[in-house]
Design a protein around this ligand. Structure first.
Ligand code: SAM
Length: 156
């Protein structure tokens, strides 16, 4: 890392805690990648990246890109791992994606998942410059959201 990114600052810790406690190094990032463990729950009962929202948006600068890994088929994902899907994971997905049926929460419509993230963005604070999903394989993809702040007033 120091060879390729000599100015990089590496912080090791619980990212969820850091985001919630506002203890990240900066408050105006232009590129945020959320590469969380997929299999959930993990750590302190975290589920995917759900607990980072909406706080993570406050860390974007005047403009920024957020990349999020989304799992659109946890059934296929867990079967490839030879594991059962924890019911808690399904229940958290139902709540986050606003879905009532287990089967749909296991394999939601990817377009509807994108809508959920889009609806999390405060339109008063941001203009959405672009939002698109880059499929990675049959189970997950990268959601890319490019945002621009509406006003220079920020609270963090
Ligand atoms: C999908 S991997 C990311 C891999 C990494 N982007 C890379 O390319 O090597 C998820 C990582 O998140 C870490 N992790 C798990 N819980 C975490 C937490 N609460 N805060 C920060 N990192 C965490 C795991 O240890 C794991 O290394």
């Amino acid at each position: 890392m120091p060879r390729f990114l000599p100015k990089a600052v590496v912080r090791i810790g619980d990212s969820f805690e850091a985001v919630k406690n506002k203890s990240l190094q900066r408050s105006n990032y232009n590129f945020i990648v959320i590469d969380n463990p997929a299999f959930s729950p993990y750590g302190c009962d975290y589920c995917e990246h759900f607990d980072l929202f909406p706080d993570v948006f406050s860390y974007l600068g005047e403009s920024g890109v957020l990349v999020i890994n989304i799992v659109y088929n946890i059934g296929l994902y867990t079967s490839e791992l030879g594991r059962k899907i924890p019911q808690k994971w399904i229940d958290r997905r139902k709540k986050f994606y606003g879905i009532s049926k287990d089967e749909e929460a296991i394999k939601p419509n990817p377009g509807k998942m994108v809508d959920v993230y889009e609806n999390l963005i405060s339109k008063g604070d941001f203009n959405i410059k672009n939002i698109f999903l880059v499929p990675r394989n049959l189970t997950m993809g990268h959601l890319v959201i490019a945002l621009e702040r509406n006003s220079k007033k920020r609270k963090i």
